[in-house]
Ligand binder design. Structure first.
Ligand SMILES: NC(=O)c1ccc[n+]([C@@H]2O[C@H](COP(=O)([O-])OP(=O)(O)OC[C@H]3O[C@@H](n4cnc5c(N)ncnc54)[C@H](O)[C@@H]3O)[C@@H](O)[C@H]2O)c1
Length: 351
């Protein structure tokens, strides 16, 4: 550490690499960006044009003693090797998500961190999405009474982006790309053990990797979660849909939505919904005098807290917020989803 600042280097100056450097510019009081390495000379040229020092090789970066901390933001299949190299060079490492392609790879990375006595974490930035924080608070505070189902979805309509993300060898596919965020969030909403997973994978635009998936996850207390990623959805469902015994919540991006609570459960009479083919009271909407609408809780977040925490964890001042155990649990859940999607079977033994 020089001048009381952590020396930082970035590996991979693509879309997400650029995001990391922009974020770190606001943290210049604790972290100094000392250089970048990208395997593509054109990206290194861009880094120079953007005013950064560039290392000619990965080895040059890893041999620089002024670098304490490295962020790895490269395609998923190279995460393991590059992170382990960096940890063997005694650098603290932040890896982009998904951390690896399998739990075996992840274990090798954790072993490298332990062997070298360095901190190793994964950039699970969507823990600071405010829609998630709102959903988490609603469930954890029992706002809706006992929650029995959580639905969390992201829907796009552009297929899988056409670079490395659509190729299996690079760790493409939507389970690994977006599933990792939604599952990480889900496991922070409940502490219950996962008892079973059933999933289907979609291949609407891409045969090689999944371009979306749906999964039903059952927890030990009976709560279910429906997690879904779609890339051929020209009409999007709400981001979150949560059902409790006394109410429901709908949350969209930017914390738009509502909570609706039952105010008079016993008053169940309804004006029937009548269609040409029949009528129903069971499925008719409740009358306004028996329900009450509430605004969603809004919890503000700062994504730079991720780096602030990592630096404090290196100094021994705080526990790392994204732990090895958490990322391993998410990895095993993704493996179960892929296995269920490929076999059509329910997977039961999950941590
Ligand atoms: N946390 C998030 O919100 C988020 C968002 C987007 C991407 N990501 C993750 O970030 C990583 C990178 O994604 P991206 O969208 O930036 O991809 P990208 O294709 O835009 O950029 C990847 C960069 O890595 C470089 N590269 C490839 N192999 C390399 C190697 N071995 N050494 C050095 N450089 C190498 C490429 O030349 C490219 O410039 C992926 O793991 C992705 O899942 C995370």
């Amino acid at each position: 550490m020089k001048n009381n600042k952590f020396g930082f280097a970035l590996i991979g100056y693509g879309g997400m690499g650029g995001w990391h450097t922009r974020m770190l510019m606001d943290l210049s009081d604790i972290i100094e960006i000392r250089g970048i390495y990208d395997i593509d000379p054109a990206r290194n040229k861009k880094a120079v044009a953007d005013g950064f020092n560039v290392y000619p090789t990965l080895e040059d970066l890893l041999n620089d003693d002024s670098i304490d901390l490295v962020t790895v933001a490269i395609p998923n299949d190279d995460h393991k090797d590059v992170c382990i190299k960096a940890m063997n060079a005694k650098k603290h490492v932040i890896c982009e998500k998904p951390v690896a392609l399998s739990s075996e790879e992840l274990q090798q990375m954790i072993d490298a961190a332990n062997k070298n006595g360095v901190k190793f974490s994964v950039h699970q930035n969507r823990r600071r999405d405010e829609d998630f924080l709102s959903a988490q608070k609603i469930v954890r505070d029992n706002t809706l009474g006992k929650v029995f189902n959580i639905e969390s979805r992201v829907h796009g309509s552009r297929g899988v982006p056409g670079d490395w993300r659509n190729q299996k060898k690079h760790g493409g596919g939507m389970v690994l790309d977006w599933g990792v965020h939604l599952l990480d969030q889900l496991l922070l909403i409940t502490d219950e053990k996962v008892v079973s997973v059933y999933a289907t994978l979609s291949h609407v635009t891409n045969d090689e990797v999944d371009d979306g998936f749906k999964t039903i996850i059952t927890f030990a207390d009976g709560m279910t979660a429906h997690i879904e990623v779609g890339t051929s959805n020209f009409i999007s469902y709400p981001r979150w849909y949560i059902l409790g015994e006394n109410g429901s919540a709908q949350i969209d991006w930017e914390v738009k939505g509502k909570i609706v609570m039952v105010s008079d459960w016993e008053n169940r009479d309804a004006v029937p919904v009548v269609t040409a083919a029949g009528l129903t009271k069971t499925m008719a909407p409740r009358t306004d005098d028996t329900i009450k609408e509430y605004p969603l809780p809004v919890i503000k977040a700062d994504c730079k807290d991720y780096y602030r925490n990592f630096v404090k964890a290196i100094k021994g001042e705080e526990e790392m917020l994204v732990t090895h155990a958490q990322v391993m649990r998410v990895m095993k859940l993704m493996e179960a989803i892929l296995k269920s999607g490929e076999t059509g079977e329910v997977v039961k033994e999950i941590i």
